[in-house]
Design a protein around this ligand. Structure first.
Ligand SMILES: Nc1ncnc2c1ncn2[C@@H]1O[C@H](COP(=O)(O)OP(=O)(O)OP(=O)(O)O)[C@@H](O)[C@H]1O
Length: 246
């Protein structure tokens, strides 16, 4: 098996004028790993996602996905990357199926293969009976699942998710985390899950804590708890980043 990292960031710096949003970030994710990115508001999580997605280049440092860079081979990276941004990216007035067909075609998938892929995703997300429904008529939790299904349409090897549980109640959040962990394990997809809620990542393979654009700690939850001399990951997070889980 090829264990080369699917994501490898070294010394990534991104500034907005006088604000340094990312200040020398190192981050490595191996195939199939579920990695939590924890940070308070303004820590730089969204900026990091935009850099990983290739929406803009860093001011300094190296961003490699699947052993290549956006500059060298952007199309090859996009074929293997799935992105769930905080903002909605599906069309509210179109049905789930129409939305997924649209996004599938962007990846050059079409015809029976695309419909089979959509049917499989619908079963996976418990939405087989909802495919013809306009997204507008779905619950908040169902709409988030459509966003995630959209990001999985190209069967990505790395899925990056920026606060994917935003707006969901606690039981729905927990269910979504459990579903995505199971998917990562059963299908071997690496996931980078950004959140400011510690309980979403306390069973992740690794957790990276970001504060003011810097990685202040990284390791397995057990390692971080030990390193901080903490009782649990919530305690470790507040000790290592000086922020309370909220
Ligand atoms: N377009 C921009 N122009 C200027 N400053 C920006 C811009 N985008 C982000 N910033 C600043 O960069 C820093 C990191 O912001 P970013 O949105 O990446 O953090 P975040 O961890 O995703 O926060 P949140 O959880 O609130 O979304 C913050 O200080 C923010 O104010």
């Amino acid at each position: 098996m090829n264990d080369a990292p699917v994501l490898n960031l070294k010394g990534v710096v991104k500034r907005y004028g006088a604000v340094t949003a990312l200040d020398g970030v190192d981050l490595e994710i191996g195939p199939g790993q579920f990695v939590g990115l924890l940070g308070p508001n303004g820590a730089g999580k969204s900026t990091l996602f935009q850099v990983i997605a290739g929406l803009f280049a860093p001011d300094a440092g190296d961003v490699q996905l699947f052993g290549t860079t956006h500059r060298a081979n952007g199309p090859a990276i996009r074929r293997r990357l799935g992105v769930v941004f905080q903002e909605r990216s599906v069309d509210l007035d179109m049905s789930i199926r129409a939305n997924l067909r649209f996004h599938g075609r962007l990846f050059g998938i079409g015809g029976a293969a695309l419909d089979a892929r959509i049917d499989a995703l619908a079963v996976q997300f418990g939405a087989a009976s909802l495919l013809a429904r306009p997204v507008r008529n779905l619950s908040g939790g169902q709409q988030r699942k459509v966003e995630i299904a959209r990001a999985l349409i190209n069967e990505p090897d790395l899925l990056i998710m920026d606060e994917p549980s935003a707006g969901l109640d606690t039981p729905s959040r927990r269910a979504l985390v459990a579903d995505m962990r199971a998917l990562s394990q059963s299908q071997g997809r690496a996931i980078l899950w950004a959140t400011h809620l510690v309980d979403e990542v306390d069973e992740a393979d690794a957790v990276v804590m970001l504060r003011q654009g810097q990685v202040v700690a990284a390791g397995t939850p057990a390692e971080l708890i030990r390193q901080a001399g903490a009782e649990d990951l919530t305690d470790a997070y507040s000790r290592l980043t000086g922020s309370a889980d909220q």
